[in-house]
Ligand binder design. Structure first.
Ligand SMILES: Nc1ncnc2c1ncn2[C@@H]1O[C@H](COP(=O)(O)OP(=O)(O)OP(=O)(O)O)[C@@H](O)[C@H]1O
Length: 242
């Protein structure tokens, strides 16, 4: 896998609800195999940013996936171009369906011709604990198990760029380790991953680098090593000029 290949290129992106713009002039590039953490306080615009990139929140700007400009395409066409989103609190899951049924819902692969069994095998290799509970209803799973299925759902489309919206929400520390290990393993396969987080320690376990979004604007950025440097992180939250 050539790690210098840009898989996700976002340029001058904004996100808005009606006339209220909540993300302004966001630009970022991710290369294959890279994990970027998007940090920021409540209301900073993290979910809106991922939503605008995925095409489920109104916005403007350029979004290029694997060299294909998708900024004017509806969300489902962006998925086919290789962009996958796992929304906050596992919002892509069907709670009354079993794990196996949930994994049967998404189209498989960019052109729909992929092997569903192969994709399910990948999900079960990443999250072996799901093996024992494939026929269990998702509403009866723990938050961590639901998060694993939610990530599995996104992986069915064989994406090149995966966006995870606050995957740590409501998860026990032991499960966070499972999720961060899975994110690292996915990055090793060449997937680019953008993950919003407020849990800095969890972000440090996964990310190669981070940026801080505050009030809808990027105020700072740094490497994963900086995430344990409280002063560097505080400066990133306050703004690079602080
Ligand atoms: N559907 C909506 N309609 C109007 N405004 C919204 C909507 N969703 C979010 N907002 C506003 O957009 C801004 C950014 O919200 P967003 O959810 O993107 O932030 P966030 O950083 O993800 O926050 P959190 O960490 O609390 O999830 C906030 O001011 C929020 O109130």
């Amino acid at each position: 896998m050539n790690r210098r290949v840009t898989t996700l290129d976002v340029e001058a992106l904004s996100a808005q609800y009606g006339r209220i713009r909540v993300v302004r002039d966001f630009s970022e590039q991710l290369v294959a195999g890279e994990v970027l953490a998007v940090l920021g306080p409540n209301g900073a615009g993290k979910s809106s940013l991922l939503g605008a990139i995925a095409g489920v929140v109104a916005g403007s700007g350029r979004v290029t996936v694997n060299g294909c400009e998708v900024g004017d395409l509806p969300a489902y066409r962006r998925v086919r171009a290789g962009l996958a989103l796992v929304p906050e609190v596992r919002g892509n899951l069907f709670p009354t369906l079993t794990i196996r049924q949930n994994l049967s819902v998404p189209r498989v692969g960019a052109d729909g011709s992929g092997s569903r069994e192969e994709r399910i095998d990948l999900v079960l290799t990443l999250f072996p604990r799901l093996n024992q509970m494939l026929d269990r209803t998702c509403s009866a799973l723990s938050g961590g198990e639901q998060q694993m299925v939610a990530i599995g759902m996104a992986l069915m489309a064989d994406p090149v760029a995966l966006m995870l919206d606050e995957p740590s929400q409501g998860l026990a520390p032991a499960v966070l380790l499972d999720v961060s290990a899975a994110v690292r393993r996915l990055a090793e396969t060449g997937l680019s991953i953008m993950v919003t987080e407020q849990n800095h320690a969890f972000a440090a376990d996964m990310a190669d680098r981070y940026l801080v979004l505050n009030g809808g604007a990027t105020t700072g950025r740094g490497t994963a090593a900086d995430l344990s440097d409280r002063e560097a992180l505080a400066a990133a939250y306050l703004g690079e000029g602080a």
